[in-house]
Design a protein around this ligand. Structure first.
Ligand SMILES: [Mn+2]
Length: 272
């Protein structure tokens, strides 16, 4: 299934600027399961997303084209992202669990020397290992920081050890906690020119997105997330993004639709 219901000429690979890469990987989720079903639910819901963006005043897909590839395993992520980058396109990876992100960032950092990552997430994900696994989804940002700098926003769950580690190394200054989110300007100041964005859907308040494995109260609402993304897209060169950890629930369409629309909004900001 393709992202959005659009005419074939707009999802042709050659002519598309944006390439949606579904990666339904799930191996280390620790609480609620189902992230492997995220990509299919997002693509299905996207068929019902209005293609005209009233905020922007145009149809983003007509401007740059959006190709959707077949779902891939985590083992193929690096190779596929490298190809998409080589072809001058913007990769959009939809998960699946968050542990796919460091693989993507590694490839992005090889192409963009001054890359930094913006993480929107409820969890700091700074553990060195979790359950004996360095590639656990609780260790994602620790792995990313081994590759390039990162700014974290929406965080409201961090362990004592993570806090101490972040404090000692200076990362704590780049963590914008949900309860005292500073101005978007501060986030932008801390990012380099080329930015990769990783969005764990649990950054949203559970009243917006209950369909995720490790929900945390006190999250962002729709407009707050869009304000951050719009500001960063205007100020920086956003070279790709991922959206992970949606665990769809049967009979509850709103989270699937919300995330499909979020992806299209972000495409719109990048196409503007
Ligand atoms: Mn999270």
């Amino acid at each position: 299934m393709k992202f959005l219901e659009i005419e074939p000429e707009y999802y042709n690979y050659q002519r598309s600027k944006f390439v949606v890469l579904p990666c339904p990987h799930e191996a280390t989720t620790s609480y609620g399961k189902g992230a492997k079903n995220g990509p299919a639910a997002i693509l299905k819901a996207s068929q019902h997303v209005e293609t005209f963006d009233e905020e922007l005043g145009f149809e983003p897909y007509r401007k740059r084209g959006i190709c959707t590839e077949k779902p891939i395993s985590v083992a193929r992520v690096k190779g596929q992202v490298a190809r998409i980058l080589k072809d001058g396109k913007t990769p959009i990876i939809i998960g699946g669990e968050h542990s796919i992100t460091p693989f993507v960032v590694q490839v992005m950092a090889e192409k963009y020397k001054d890359l930094s990552v913006l993480q929107l997430d409820a969890h700091a994900d700074l553990r060195d290992t979790y359950k004996g696994n360095k590639n656990n989804h609780a260790c994602v940002m620790r792995r990313v920081l081994e590759i390039c700098p990162a700014v974290q926003a929406g965080i409201r769950s961090i362990s004592a050890e993570e806090w101490e580690w972040a404090k000692q190394g200076g990362q704590l200054k780049k963590i914008h906690f949900a309860e005292k989110l500073e101005l978007v300007d501060k986030i932008e100041d801390q990012l380099s020119k080329n930015v990769y964005i990783t969005i764990d859907v649990d950054v949203f308040d559970p009243s917006v997105i209950p369909a995720t494995g490790t929900p945390e109260p006190g999250g962002f609402f729709w407009q707050e997330v869009l304000d951050i993304l719009k500001g960063v897209c205007a100020a920086k060169n956003v070279v790709g993004f991922d959206v992970v950890e949606l665990a769809p629930r049967r009979g509850e369409n709103a989270p699937d639709f919300t995330i499909a629309k979020l992806i299209y909004k972000l495409i719109g900001y990048l196409a503007a």
